[in-house]
Design a protein around this ligand. Structure first.
Ligand code: IVH
Length: 685
């Protein structure tokens, strides 16, 4: 018994330490240890938990990405509706808001809190006894969707709130804090989940590489991410959250909003540091102007400010309309849009043959940078916009680095504009174009299209692939154009003369390039798998595959089933990998690369240790006495099994606790094996 206690203590200590470092990193942005040291701590915890799966708790830092894909989201009625805000678009409207508040306050002084209005999506987090119990989207304001599994992957959302220290900021609040403690069983935090700009750019880059449409802005990306059925995808997207509101039951626990913000910060939630407590609307305006100038320096998108009356008593008095509170207002910054002319429309051919129409624009300055091109994405978008060469268009810069065309300004048409049509043949090689039903992209299907080859070579040489520095667009074009390179394998047999003979290539830079190509032979197998450019295989997936199979040869021989069995690999990827290796040309390329001495092996690091449940699907229903849902799930997953939310013929076991409901009936009807708690315990022991 003594031993068990000490393991528990070890676990709790380790978890506490990891939580502290997570908070320093994700919430306060002042890490004390390196990523490597953090990973080592987490790995120690994982190992210890694997040895004692019965001691895994749902708020353990290892349990952020525990969830399996779900079939859909349950609906949740908000305890209090999540209202929206009235908008103001200029200083006069902001002053009018102040005057309305002054009238309602009838002589009492009003303080305002001004915060940034983050461009993301709002989430309500329910904490029960300090532990995150549920996360709900805003939905229509009255009913939202339960996205708990996804919210758990957001590192700035604590799985457990910290016991609040009463420090100087909240010292006059002792009584409120103790009353809060009694209500702490039932706490709701509201805030804005968002995708940082850098991550947004990375995601869009990856989507482009995988021929998926780009997200128009970080808000769409965040909304799409929180509604992912597979929490692993959400986890990879690196959402974050700033909390901005605190409720207990049906009232606000603090006398002022400012104190609530500080309390939440103490509890380990991330609160935007750019906030001010203002004595007058003039101070609010000063903050608004200051932040507008700094808007581009923030690493997240904002679309303005939110101004709130600080006193919660006044908030209650002012009340709400059925749409928005009377004690708060959004102050929106001017959109970053401009008008310019379309000089021409060209069609680019990417490495997968995808045809992308791009508008060349008369250069115009937008939010500090000169814009001269905008992507038109695909033929449907061109049709939707009805864009003609010579048109005046309204363009907008959202969070994306690439601006987009919002609409054509038809009033400015002179009649001289030329209609643009997508080409019927590949604009580079003249090859056939195909557009499979249901897809938005048209592709050149010619096997020998030089534009595709150039795209593939650039991808092969790119930073996250084989990292061949100096091999840029113009060189690749010359190598292909001169017939010196027909595939990535040819790069490795280039001679000094081959390269030195190219335009703008001095002997020195030629030998540098050859040295870079030589060095790339030593890249990891993961880089190589990514470099090969298989459809649906981004760099994360490439790493998973490389680690799992350990060599290009083993990977190339894996069956669809074997691939599908790899954690994090789904059927689409499995099929795409198999198809790629079934192509004779691709196999020849792999052999050639190996013959040239490119590294095609790496150490395997597979995850599950105990795989006694491998391939088995479980469904949990009812309440178990000795396991929470999460613990039961963890116990199954630690043994390589998977948990599904609904019973079907494919289900292997239904674990039925007390008060099991319709799932048990369905299991009986489908003759699925039902385990009671005793039987389940035996299986996992
Ligand atoms: S307070 C009743 N504070 O803006 C008050 N909202 O247009 C509710 N938002 O749905 C909101 N940053 O998603 C508040 N600092 C902030 C915010 C914020 C972004 C979003 C929120 C809300 C929307 C209203």
């Amino acid at each position: 018994m003594a031993k068990a206690v000490s393991v528990e203590q070890q676990l709790e200590k380790l978890r506490g330490e990891i939580r502290r470092h997570e908070e320093l990193y994700y919430v306060n942005d002042i890490p004390e240890i390196s990523d490597r040291e953090y990973d080592a701590l987490l790995e120690r915890l994982q190992t210890l938990e694997q040895q004692h799966p019965e001691l895994i708790t749902s708020d353990s830092p290892t349990q952020r990405v525990g969830g399996r894909p779900v079939d859909g989201f349950a609906q949740v009625v908000h305890r209090r509706p999540m209202l929206s805000l009235d908008n103001s678009y200029n200083i006069e409207e902001l002053r009018a808001f102040d005057q309305r508040c002054q009238r309602l306050a009838d002589g009492r002084a009003i303080d305002y809190v001004a915060e940034l209005k983050i461009d993301g999506l709002s989430l309500a987090l329910h904490y029960e006894k300090q532990v995150l119990a549920r996360a709900v989207t805003r939905g229509d304001g009255r009913i939202g969707e339960d996205v708990t599994a996804n919210a758990r992957t957001i590192r700035s959302i604590p799985l457990r709130l910290r016991e609040n220290r009463t420090n100087s900021k909240t010292s006059n609040l002792k009584s409120q804090i103790s009353s809060l403690k009694s209500e702490i069983a039932n706490l709701e935090v509201r805030g804005e989940a968002f995708i940082p700009r850098k991550v947004f750019e990375r995601i869009n880059g990856e989507r482009e590489e995988q021929d998926e449409p780009r997200f128009a802005n970080p808000r769409n990306a965040a909304a799409g991410t929180i509604r992912q059925l597979d929490p692993k995808i959400t986890a990879s997207r690196r959402l974050e959250m700033f909390a901005y509101d605190l409720l207990t039951g049906d009232r606000k626990p603090f006398a002022t909003h400012w104190e609530a913000l500080n309390w939440m910060e103490q509890a380990g939630l991330r609160i935007n540091p750019e906030r001010v407590l203002c004595k007058s609307i003039d101070e609010v305006i000063e903050f608004a102007n200051r932040m507008e100038a700094r808007r581009d320096d923030l690493d997240y998108e904002i679309d303005g400010l939110v101004v709130k009356v600080n006193s919660t008593a006044l908030q209650d008095e002012f009340g709400t309309t059925n749409k928005a509170p009377r004690w708060a207002i959004a102050y929106k910054y001017a959109a970053r849009q401009a008008e310019t002319r379309v000089l021409s429309i060209v069609v680019q051919v990417g490495r997968t043959g995808a045809l992308t129409p791009v508008a060349n624009l008369e250069p115009v300055v937008l939010a500090g940078t000169t814009v001269s091109r905008a992507t038109l994405h695909n033929p449907d978008e061109v049709k939707r916009l009805g864009i003609r060469i010579g048109d005046w268009v309204l363009i907008e810069k959202g969070g994306d680095v690439i601006p987009k065309v919002l609409r054509v300004i038809e009033a400015k048409r002179s009649g001289a504009e030329k209609i643009f049509r997508m080409p019927r043949k590949c604009p580079v090689c003249g090859g056939e174009i195909s557009r499979p039903q249901g897809e938005v992209v048209s592709r050149c299907v010619a096997a020998d299209c030089p534009a595709q080859l150039e795209g593939r070579l650039l991808h092969f040489a790119s930073r996250r692939a084989m990292r061949i520095e100096g091999l840029g667009e113009s060189l690749v074009h010359q190598l292909v154009d001169s017939g010196k390179v027909h595939d990535a394998g040819d790069l490795y047999s280039l001679s000094l003369e081959d390269v030195a003979g190219l335009e703008r290539m001095a002997k020195k830079s030629a030998s540098n390039l050859l040295a870079q190509i030589e060095a790339s032979k030593q890249r990891d197998l993961a880089n190589l798998v990514y470099a090969l450019g298989l459809r649906h295989v981004g760099d994360r997936t490439a790493t998973t595959l490389a680690r799992q199979f350990g060599s290009l040869e083993e990977l190339s021989n894996a069956s669809v089933e074997e691939l599908d069995d790899v954690p994090e690999i789904g059927l689409t990827v499995a099929q795409s990998v198999r198809d790629w290796f079934d192509d004779e040309g691709n196999r020849a390329l792999c052999e050639r690369l190996a013959a040239e001495g490119v590294q095609t092996k790496m150490e395997k690091t597979r995850h599950p240790t105990d795989d006694s449940f491998a391939g088995k699907t479980f469904v949990l229903t009812g309440t178990l006495a000795d396991f929470t849902r999460d613990e039961a799930r963890a116990a199954i997953e630690a043994r390589g099994g998977r948990v599904s939310s609904s019973v079907s013929k494919k289900t292997d076991f239904v674990v039925a606790g007390e008060e099991a409901g319709s799932k048990l009936d369905k299991a009986t009807a489908l003759e699925v094996t039902v385990l009671d708690e005793e039987a389940f315990k035996k299986m996992v022991s």
